[in-house]
Design a protein around this ligand. Structure first.
Ligand code: NDP
Length: 479
């Protein structure tokens, strides 16, 4: 299936007529083409967005909210169709796309349909000075949203929904590796009555199309989710223009397991937090630290549970682990398994490619568990972003905390314990944007979402996102 750009409410070919191949990772074959858009396409989208802005930014909140609810309803109506498209484009199990990716895309719109009607700003009376101050929060204008391939529609809508709800017009670029559901969203937005030019979707390579969005001086803010290196590059281009920047970047998240935890719940959740979406979630707990008194028991039982996961065709219902997103990514992940052997890591389970019946050219890898002795090794310090976890033991709280914080990343951490005192000590001292205690990836969309250290700048979610996509202006009235 060939796709087009969505500009000014219309599906259009790229101006220069160049296309890129789109692969189905489950069979390793090209199944369509996508626009390889250039600066000229970004400018066309910008013109449409600028034209739409004055009207959209003055649309009532009630009207915006109604359109958003309609988009959410349409996404849910097309759940099966969108889930199949997501699974084909990305390689993820269709069951996961149905249960998580697509419902969450609908929730992103429904959440901001409600949030925008509750978003308000402050007023400050300057007592004794006969003055009143209030804060106007105005939309920025045209903003850019750039999203990655791991949770395609989920993360794409997580950015564009608050941007549009706040009254901005958007130029968005999904990853060129997984463009399909963003393309399908264009149709849904038109059907829901989103006015022309409010959302414009331009497909293409990060280094050309994405770069053109970041570099255009008239695009006032960039909301980006992706790798840390790309984030740093984007910041270097955007900073001299004083653009607002929200960067959600990589992670190398610790999963800290104490002997006093609810063991069965921990074991089941740790399998999920390690391998959901083939380990391609920025929040996956890729470094597992286990208290030494239960280390051997955990090791044995974790290996057993992981060995029961079925690697297979993503479109089959009982598949737990589908294909990795691309051949290039598969090779990258495998290169870390090679490094493990050189670094003295011990592969406890997995480590090999898998050949799946009728999908022989797909990009499949066994879930892989590697025991390491040294937290400073590459395997524990670099983001692998695949179905590979490491594990090592610790003696006490002090050591566990030091191991968890010994990372340039600071996105999330998971802690398993029933000790309240320990929970509070870790919650305060873990250098991450998110701490899950006795759970993983339980999301409440009102909460601030994002990372510390090299995992990013700024926060998404709830009013944080609406604040990012608006400019606060202080009005002081003397009376
Ligand atoms: P990339 O950084 O390679 O790409 C992310 C997006 O940016 C894609 O749309 C990409 O386009 C685009 N892009 C690439 N180069 C540029 C550029 N120079 N200018 C503008 N845009 C550009 O990340 P991946 O897609 O590989 O995603 C995986 C990464 O995302 C991991 O590091 C993961 O941890 C992180 N991530 C972080 C999350 C968070 O919330 N903190 C959540 C999910 C993922 P294209 O793909 O077409 O090259």
């Amino acid at each position: 299936m060939n796709i087009k750009n969505y500009i000014n409410g219309e599906f259009v070919n790229p101006i220069k007529g160049n296309y890129l191949d789109n692969y189905n990772p489950s069979i390793g074959k090209i199944y369509g083409q996508i626009p390889n858009s250039t600066k000229e396409d970004v400018v066309l989208a910008l013109e449409a967005a600028e034209k739409a802005f004055s009207k959209w930014s003055t649309t009532t909140l009630d009207e915006r909210s109604k359109i958003f609810s309609k988009i959410a309803d349409l996404i849910l109506e097309k759940l099966d169709f969108l889930a199949a498209a997501e699974s084909k484009d990305n390689g993820k199990p269709i069951s996961l796309a149905k249960a998580v990716d697509i419902p969450r895309a609908a929730s992103n719109f429904q959440f901001f349909a409600n949030a925008i009607t509750q978003f308000s700003s402050e007023a400050h009376e300057s007592v004794g000075l006969n003055a009143i101050n209030f804060t106007l929060r105005q939309p920025l204008g045209v903003v850019g949203c750039i999203s990655p391939w791991n949770l395609p529609l989920y993360l794409f809508t997580w950015k564009i929904a608050p941007a549009i709800a706040a009254g901005n017009c958007v130029i968005a670029k999904p990853s060129e590796v997984t463009p399909m559901t963003a393309y399908l969203l264009g149709e849904i937005c038109t059907e829901a009555g989103l006015p022309k030019g409010v959302l414009n979707i331009v497909h293409g390579l990060g280094t050309s199309t994405g770069q053109a969005i970041v570099a255009h001086p008239k695009i006032k803010a960039i909301s980006f989710t992706g790798g840390t290196k790309t984030g740093a590059h984007i910041a270097s281009i955007a900073a001299p223009m004083f653009k607002k920047l929200s960067l959600e970047l990589g992670g190398k998240n610790p999963n800290i397991i104490f002997a006093d935890c609810d063991y069965d719940k921990m074991l089941e959740t740790t399998v999920r937090s390690s391998f959901t979406n083939q380990g391609q979630i920025c929040l996956c707990g890729s470094r597992i630290f286990v208290e030494e008194t239960i280390y051997e028991k955990f090791k044995k039982e974790f290996i057993k549970k992981v060995s029961e996961l079925k690697v297979g065709n993503p479109s089959e219902k009982n598949t737990n682990i589908g294909a990795l997103v691309s051949h290039q990514h598969l090779e990258k992940v495998k290169s870390y398994i090679d490094i493990a052997e050189k670094e003295g890591g011990k592969i406890l389970f997995g480590g090999d490619s898998v050949t799946v019946k009728n999908c022989e050219n797909g990009y499949y890898l066994q879930p892989t568990i590697i025991e390491v002795q040294n937290n400073k090794c590459k395997l524990n310090q670099e983001e692998i972003f695949g179905p590979v976890v490491t594990m090592m033991s610790f003696k006490n709280d002090k050591e566990a905390l030091a191991l968890a914080n010994e990372s340039k990343y600071g996105l999330s951490a998971t802690l398993w314990t029933n000790n309240l005192n320990r929970t509070m000590q870790f919650a305060k001292q873990l250098q991450t944007g998110i701490v899950w205690v006795n759970t993983w990836m339980l999301r409440d969309l009102r909460t601030p979402f994002g990372g510390a250290k090299d995992s990013g700048v700024g926060r998404e979610g709830g009013f944080e996102a609406l604040r990012f996509f608006t400019e606060p202006k202080n009005i002081c009235i003397k009376y």
